[in-house]
Design a protein around this ligand. Structure first.
Ligand SMILES: [Zn+2]
Length: 288
């Protein structure tokens, strides 16, 4: 199966009360680990690509080529969406042209008027091509690819205004942040999430900054309409920790342990384990 829009998979998730994981990818091994885990667990999956990660992988065309090649060569049959994460206006358009099946246009740093105007334009461009669109209201805290958000709590009326434009999914700040959560973090504003759900009806909601939110809070957020959860930092942490052990145990000095494929293997296994754990928590296993 080729790439699919995230729209149908998220509407199904919203209806059946689970969430689909968006796992950000950084390289070939990362992508392979996420796809193999999704296929083994018969789970739909969204591959997230930030502009920075795309640039690292040499550009949007390379990402599309790599992912499409893997879907074919690995015989992936579960629904897979390739999604631009926190895209600028220009990047969202470029991704649609390059063959992404889903884009996030993050206009949260603009005024609500400008966010509405730009989001409307992206939706029109995407809809003609069957591409799903994620919009954001209220910036998500922390730093992602140089974009620093203060962690605002989204305004419910603004959420409704953006949802009504015809987006496929809506990200709203509810005290969640990117990266590691500080020790004094007070938790998700589930009361605000409930109000957003009431205002936006059946709109699939997106939870960014999925690393470090307590499991029971994640489960509760899913019951309140969260249908897509973004995981990035956690895979980075487990990948790096596993590769560190490889060097600490001096495995690189044994036989052909210097082979880069062997060096990265523990990291690959760690990503698979993290993705598996998240898909089980989100309830997307056997939902493909
Ligand atoms: Zn995010």
């Amino acid at each position: 199966m080729g790439l699919v829009s995230a729209k149908e998979m998220l509407e199904k998730a919203r209806k059946e009360g689970y969430a689909v994981g968006q796992f950000n990818i950084n390289n070939l091994e990362w992508t392979k680990a996420v796809l193999v885990a999704a296929q083994e667990l018969k789970s739909p999956v969204i591959l997230g690509v930030s502009e920075g990660a795309a640039k690292y992988m040499t550009g949007f065309d390379t990402v599309v080529g790599m992912v499409e090649g893997m879907l074919k060569n690995l015989n992936i049959t579960v629904p897979v969406a390739l999604h631009l994460d926190h895209g600028s206006f220009d990047a969202a358009k470029a991704c649609i042209e390059a063959g992404f099946s889903s884009v996030m246009f993050d206009g949260s740093h603009y005024s609500i008027e400008e966010n509405i105007q730009k989001t409307t334009e992206i939706i029109a461009y995407a809809n003609e091509r069957g591409i799903s669109v994620e919009a954001e209201v209220g910036s998500i805290g922390g730093e992602e690819d140089g974009v620093v958000g203060a962690g605002e709590v989204a305004d419910v009326n603004e959420c409704k205004m953006i949802a009504d434009l015809g987006v496929s999914m809506l990200a709203a700040g509810i005290g969640n942040i990117h990266g590691k959560y500080p020790a004094n973090w007070t938790g998700l504003r589930l009361d605000v999430l409930k109000n957003i759900q009431d205002a936006t009806g059946n709109m699939p909601l997106v939870l960014h900054g999925g690393t470090g939110i307590p499991n029971e809070m994640v489960t509760e957020a899913i019951t309140l309409g969260v249908s897509k959860i973004n995981v990035n930092t956690e895979c980075q942490l487990t990948f790096t920790a596993a590769v560190r052990v490889y060097f600490e145990e001096k495995k690189d000095l044994e036989g052909k342990g210097y082979d880069p494929r062997k060096v990265i293997k523990p990291g690959y296994d760690a990503i698979m384990a993290t993705v598996t754990e998240k898909m089980e928590l989100f309830g997307s296993v056997n939902k493909a």
